[in-house]
Design a protein around this ligand. Structure first.
Ligand code: HEC
Ligand code: HEC
Length: 379
């Protein structure tokens, strides 16, 4: 396939900073060359009714993908979204906390990015097709954002993550990078970089990332029923859906993961909450309440929980089995008949089955799909 390559110089300083803060002042660090490697033809992130519509939105997704992987979105060109959201881990991070610019650590565990929503098309005043997003998804561990487009610019401005405190400076900065010219023209008809276009295109790219092609889905009649789960997995499914009622908080349906209030809970991680979670926004009766994340790809998103405290799925199950702590906000579904923290006493055999079932939620296609990969290559 014919490739267009655009060269850009990225100071190696940038990479060094991520590992060693001292490199910051080192002006003699050699430079490496990174270049953009994109196919000539439009990548099919989405398929819509007409090819005209698809073309436009797919070009926006491609632009969003480049932005997602571009370290120029951070104040010191050191951190891209993709540094904390890695494809092989379902766009989460394998570290308990992630490093943002200047080595600062995030206060919470990075989240998987998948099934974030649906887009519809609206026609703009100049006759172009623009995406419109379904607007009520509860995002972040505490659900503080409900609009994907708004969320996207937050990490850029967040001082811990990407550090550009004055977002208004970002468009001018990106406008100077030669490769964005062509990408903006293809996505929006002209090369003007605006914050709105940045957020929108990244949101379009994120929306294209779906995790609905799993053994679990294939085993369902709605998913074609082409796969049969083995005895272990079926046992796990029964425990998950019925005996331990995990499904009451963790929705398994394919499609957008629209976590609503029933999917938020205090699961008794600590008797005394340090991170208030939703409580910091909604008041003390929500202290320690967090979103029950989608369990799609959960086998590859370790460590677990909002603070990444558990290294393995077995550790998570041990929590539900024996370690639920008392808390005034502890969810009713995790209390026994006396209102005390439930002790599920999950046996070793049941634990194995639950883990086997959780492993059927992995979408290997999503984890390896080329169109989600880093479009920047280094020589
Ligand atoms: C330094 C690490 C870091 C960087 C850089 C980063 N993120 Fe995140 N991201 C996180 C963490 C940590 C969370 C969870 C934060 C919370 O809940 O308070 C998160 C949460 C999210 C969520 C919410 C997902 C959900 O299901 O609720 C989205 C979407 C997201 N990030 C997108 C992005 C985008 C887009 C960028 C780049 C513009 C980006 N992130 C850059 C660490 C990072
Ligand atoms: C009352 C609702 C509720 C029930 C019941 C429940 N969970 Fe959870 N689960 C949550 C919430 C909320 C979180 C996130 C908690 C946090 O980080 O503070 C979570 C986190 C998890 C995680 C970690 C996900 C990640 O990406 O970090 C796994 C795995 C998990 N639960 C599995 C299970 C299993 C298996 C069961 C049944 C034995 C179960 N859950 C029952 C609400 C629930």
């Amino acid at each position: 396939m014919k490739k267009v390559t655009v060269s850009l110089i990225v100071a190696a300083v940038v990479l060094a900073v991520a590992c060693n803060k001292k490199a910051d002042n080192n002006t003699t660090t050699p430079v490496t060359t990174a270049y953009l490697d994109l196919p000539d033809t439009t990548t099919q992130f989405f398929v819509f009714g007409s090819s005209v519509q698809s073309e436009q939105v797919n070009q926006q997704a491609q632009l969003g993908r480049v932005l997602f992987y571009d370290r120029h979105l951070s104040i010191n060109n050191a951190t891209a979204c993709a540094d904390c959201h890695k494809q092989e881990y379902a766009f989460s991070d394998n570290a308990q906390f992630s490093r943002g610019f200047e080595n600062r650590l995030t206060g919470r565990n990075s989240m998987a990015l998948q099934n974030l929503g649906m887009i519809n098309l609206k026609r703009s005043s100049n006759g172009q097709f623009l995406p419109s997003f379904n607007s009520s998804v509860n995002l972040f561990w505490d659900g503080r954002e409900t609009n994907l487009e708004n969320l996207v610019v937050r990490p850029i401005a967040n001082h811990v993550e990407m550090g550009i405190s004055n977002l208004e400076t970002l468009p001018a900065k990106l406008q100077k990078l030669p490769y964005y010219n062509d990408l903006f023209v293809k996505a929006y008809g002209d090369n003007t970089v605006t914050l709105e276009r940045i957020s929108e295109s990244v949101a379009v790219f994120l929306t294209s990332i779906t995790a609905n092609n799993t053994r679990f889905d294939q085993s369902r009649i709605s998913g074609g029923g082409t796969v049969e789960l083995n005895a272990r997995e079926l046992h796990g499914r029964q425990l998950f859906n019925v005996k331990y009622n995990c499904a009451s908080c963790h929705q398994l349906n394919p499609g957008p993961y629209n976590a609503n209030i029933e999917n938020f809970a205090n699961i008794g991680l600590d008797e005394h909450t340090t991170d208030k979670g939703a409580g910091a926004i909604k008041g003390a009766n929500m202290d320690g309440v967090f979103k029950a994340p989608s369990l799609r790809n959960v086998a590859v998103t370790a460590p677990y929980m909002h603070d990444g405290r558990y290294a393995t799925l077995e550790d998570v199950i041990d929590h539900y089995s024996k370690k639920i702590q008392p808390h005034s906000n502890l969810d009713q579904r995790l209390r026994d008949n006396d209102g005390k923290p439930m002790k599920m006493n999950i046996t070793e055999d049941e634990k194995q089955s639950l883990v086997a079932f959780l492993r059927t939620f992995t979408d290997y296609h999503m984890l390896t799909e080329p169109m989600y990969q880093n479009p920047f290559k280094t020589r």
